[in-house]
Design a binder for this molecule. Structure first.
Ligand code: BGC
Length: 500
């Protein structure tokens, strides 16, 4: 590392950098990719619980939601096509991710975000005008392509543009925007469900045009990252942008570190084969496991299907949508907790505390459902319904200050530059794969496993707690291009992977 222009305290290194206006604005703009993703996550659950939507596209499901005793409470919504309306987006995102890595590397972070914005706009238009289930699903597939590109480029953009000491906090802007997107979607559904005439669901879907336009304009306005410019041979421009975003003239140390990382990156011919090299395996294994774990917390059972789940418990349509707004709000507020603590308490502490909290709340939900929700009987009593909502909020809160944001942050900051785009692709790919699985399977799993579904998720939470204790290293305050030396090279288990 070049000397002079950085300070080092107790193993933590900082380059000279101010938190400039350009950095803040760039991050806000880029993070609207998260807003769009969140809106897509949050909108489908409410829409699929709206009677007018069900009546139009899923008449059998509509019938079983209207009459007690036809179908078990737990099975009312068990319909593969209904689940496909939600899940198709994630399947498409998964495929798009396979291309997103080379686009991010060859065309840069900025162009990739722009591409995502355009996909979002086209998908939204199709969804807003579609009159058949097929057109709606095609629209969701195109939105999914946008998600694949945005989730690839935005976290990498944020990690590269942020000064080290606030990298965690800025990166969580992405997650914060996901949660804000989900909350806005919940709120929109709450109001559009009340619109007479049965077309409220269409407004819900069409409003995703707003975040789509914001991302597109944002992508046009921001600078590409110095890392990406330099990687693509534009050294002088990269240096100029680095000075501009850091707000200081002396950026030599950081510039040299980026150059060094680029030199290594240039020697890589096949980025995906490179990912499998021994020294890249620790971040790769952690990225993959964190995505699987993140989805098997069961978070998206709540995010996608909260209104449906609350309906299942006997809440009326309005109360179900209202409760989804409450969980959505808890999600946003708790993510703010993470923004504050992630660079102070560190990543591990947040992950571990959350495992305990998630485990306890899921066990309580399982017990209440097990004892109180019978297959064909009517509603849960008010007190128990309240307890379930509180426990769902307790669960969502802990996810939101830990595995939610950190599931994206840790992979985006632990791969060396030569493997960063490819690593991020694998991260998004695995996330989308397991998001797809939960979206497609949850309602059927609930039908078969009943309250046991929450025991299933809590068992996963135990596994992820143990994984964190032994295998996830602390990356708080370590410069992004120093991870190999300062993190993996020092870890009791992963250091043996650093020999090459
Ligand atoms: C996850 C999403 C989830 C969201 C909830 C994100 O980190 O990737 O699957 O819906 O958090 O806030």
């Amino acid at each position: 590392m070049a000397g002079g222009a950085f300070t080092s305290t107790g193993g933590e290194t900082h380059y000279e950098a101010k938190i400039t206006f350009t950095v803040i604005i760039s991050c806000i703009m880029a993070a609207t990719g998260g807003l769009m993703f969140g809106y897509d996550i949050g909108i489908s659950g409410g829409v699929t619980s709206m009677p007018s939507f069900l009546q139009k596209f899923f008449p059998e499901v509509y019938k079983s939601t209207q009459e007690h005793g036809i179908e078990s409470n737990y099975c009312k919504y068990d319909n593969q096509y209904l689940q496909m309306f939600t899940s198709s987006l994630y399947l498409a995102a998964l495929v798009a991710t396979m291309f997103a890595s080379s686009v991010t590397r060859k065309l840069g972070r900025k162009q990739t975000m722009l591409t995502a914005g355009l996909f979002f706009i086209i998908g939204t238009v199709l969804n807003a005008v579609g009159n058949t289930l097929i057109v709606l699903i095609v629209g969701r597939i195109i939105l999914g392509c946008g998600v694949g590109f945005a989730n690839q480029a935005v976290p990498v953009f944020l990690s590269e543009i942020a000064p080290t000491r606030i990298r965690g906090a800025l990166n969580i802007m992405f997650q914060l925007n996901i949660t804000i997107g989900i909350l806005i979607a919940n709120l929109v559904n709450y109001f559009t469900a009340k619109i007479e005439g049965g077309y409220g669901w269409r407004i819900s879907i069409a409003l995703s045009g707003v975040p789509a336009a914001m991302l597109t304009i944002g992508a046009l306005a921001v600078y590409d990252t110095p890392n990406s410019l330099i990687e693509r041979g534009q050294e002088a421009k990269g240096l100029a942008v680095l000075k501009k975003i850091r707000g200081v003239d002396n950026v030599d140390a950081e510039f040299e570190d980026i150059l060094k990382a680029c030199k290594v990156a240039k020697q890589v011919k096949n980025p995906f084969r490179n990912l499998l090299k021994r020294h890249n395996r620790p971040p790769l294994i952690i990225a993959i496991c964190m995505q699987v774990f993140q989805q098997f917390t069961g978070i998206n059972a709540i995010m996608f299907y909260a209104p449906v789940l609350f309906n299942t418990l006997g809440f009326k349509s309005d109360a179900a949508l209202y409760s989804a707004v409450i969980t959505g709000a808890v999600n946003v507020l708790s993510t703010l907790v993470s923004v504050y603590f992630v660079d102070k308490l560190g990543r591990r502490m947040l992950l571990l505390e959350a495992c305990v909290q998630m485990f306890v709340s899921q066990m309580i939900i399982a017990v209440v459902l097990g004892l109180k929700v019978q297959d064909y009987s009517q509603d849960l009593s008010k007190g128990f319904a309240m307890l379930v909502v509180i426990m769902v909020c307790t669960f969502v809160a802990s996810f939101a200050w830990s595995w939610g944001p950190l599931g994206w942050l840790i992979p985006s900051e632990t791969f060396p530059l030569e493997a960063r785009s490819a690593g991020q692709s694998v991260t998004v790919f695995v996330n989308m794969l397991f998001t797809f699985i939960i979206a497609q399977a949850f309602l059927s799993m609930m039908c078969h496993m009943k309250y046991g579904i929450f025991l299933f998720f809590s068992a996963w939470v135990l596994v992820m707690g143990l994984f964190t204790i032994f295998l996830i290293p602390e990356t708080k305050n370590i410069p992004i291009e120093d991870m190999n030396e300062k993190v993996w090279g020092q870890h009791w288990f992963w250091k043996s992977y650093m020999d090459d």
